[in-house]
Design a binder for this molecule. Structure first.
Ligand code: NAI
Ligand SMILES: NCC(=O)COP(=O)(O)O
Length: 345
């Protein structure tokens, strides 16, 4: 493939996905080494472009093998909504269906190597459930579509102040309540997560990854006075990984470990519950924090924010994260063979 083609799913068509996709495609039009094709309903992309005040034509395509043309952005028509678009910012079953369909089409294109990877716009979980999807989100849906079960999230946070060092954040647990997450954490799960993170870092070009395992309790548990999760679960998992020769540190107090990773001491940090990893990353750089699903046989990058129904259609959405996710996919396209070789069946 001389030019990397990337499929950008619109996400929920009544959320901010069409707006941020349109703006990203307009900004990246004219690039010679890569080309983005939106996947969804062209009318939704057109409406998104209008809301963002973009004077651009949406060209409907039925192939990903297209020659970019000046003054247009491309949309592969998934044919769910036609011209009959649901209202902005309201959970809608048809919108949920459209979101699911665009993920299915883009994923198949990546499996068939028609595109180098997929970049996903935000979906609304209630809407996809109303449309009959049983998945918690993209991560689970993409696993089912590509036939894998061990897929996981890797955040990429870029710190240009530290020579463009990329900190990657991993998660032992994700979409469960905090209470359940703490109950689920044990030596085995942490050990498995350490190995997944180590492999993912190698897949994306870090030969000998330096991984830190975050602590859970204040001051790393203060030797058991503030909780014993570190003593019972985390330290034994770290020691087992070290005995296998992995460069793993920790448990490191969680109030410092993300900063240490950002300034280059670690290549990755394993966090243990959703917000432990999300808050430092998004607070440091909301637009620069993107998510990559590792463990899939295809490349998938994504925004990490949601559908922002409160501002959908107003043109107020920032497209910075979508742009970062697109540019990350461009950066990672050369690793697609590695991704397939490691995670493909
Ligand atoms: N990648 C995905 O598909 C994701 C989907 N979601 C889903 O999105 C839905 C809404 O989730 P919420 O927790 O309300 O989070 P949200 O990210 O949609 O909104 C939280 C706040 O951030 C603002 N915001 C988010 N992105 C923005 C942007 N690009 N520009 C300007 N403001 C922005 C919103 O206006 C809102 O005030 C849920 O169904 C959730 O599950 C959430 C995160 C990621
Ligand atoms: N908090 C991130 C989120 O909900 C996105 O999950 P996914 O749709 O990428 O699986």
């Amino acid at each position: 493939m001389s030019r990397h083609v990337l499929a950008l799913t619109l996400g929920d068509p009544v959320g901010i996905g069409p707006e941020i996709t349109a703006k990203t495609l307009v900004e990246q039009a004219g690039a010679t080494e890569h080309h983005g094709v939106a996947v969804g309903d062209p009318a939704a992309l057109r409406r998104g472009a209008q809301a963002m005040g973009l004077d651009i034509e949406v060209r409907v395509v039925d192939s990903f093998d297209v020659e970019p043309a000046e003054g247009v952005i491309d949309c592969y028509d998934t044919g769910v909504l036609g011209e009959d678009l649901p209202e902005w910012g309201v959970v809608d079953k048809r919108a949920g269906l459209a979101a699911v369909k665009s993920i299915e089409v883009a994923t198949q294109a990546a499996m068939d190597r028609k595109v180098a990877g997929i970049v996903t716009g935000p979906i609304n979980k209630e809407a996809i459930w109303a449309a009959g999807s049983e998945h918690l989100g993209h991560t689970e849906m993409l696993g089912a579509l590509t036939g894998v079960t061990k897929q996981d999230t890797m955040f990429v946070v870029r710190n240009d102040a530290a020579d463009g060092h990329h900190l990657r954040i991993f998660f032992t647990t994700r979409h469960v309540s905090l209470r359940k997450a703490l109950d689920q954490i044990n030596k085995e799960l942490v050990g498995e997560s350490i190995h997944k993170a180590h492999t993912a870092l190698q897949v994306f070009g870090v030969e000998r990854p330096r991984l830190a395992v975050a602590a859970i309790n204040p001051h790393g548990g203060e030797n058991g006075a503030f909780g014993d999760d570190e003593i019972v679960h985390l330290a034994p998992a770290v020691e087992a990984a070290q005995a296998e020769g992995l460069d793993v540190s920790g448990p490191v107090p969680a109030d410092s470990v993300f900063h240490q990773g950002l300034v280059g001491r670690y290549d990755g940090v394993l966090s243990h519950f959703h917000d432990q990893g999300h808050i430092p990353a998004k607070t440091f750089d909301f637009d620069g924090t993107i998510s990559v699903t590792v463990g899939l046989p295809i490349l998938r990058t994504s925004v990490d924010h949601g559908t922002a129904f409160d501002i959908a259609g107003s043109g107020k959405a920032g497209h910075g994260t979508m742009l970062s996710a697109y540019l990350a996919a461009v950066d990672y396209a050369p690793y697609v063979d590695n991704i397939r070789a490691t995670y493909g069946s």
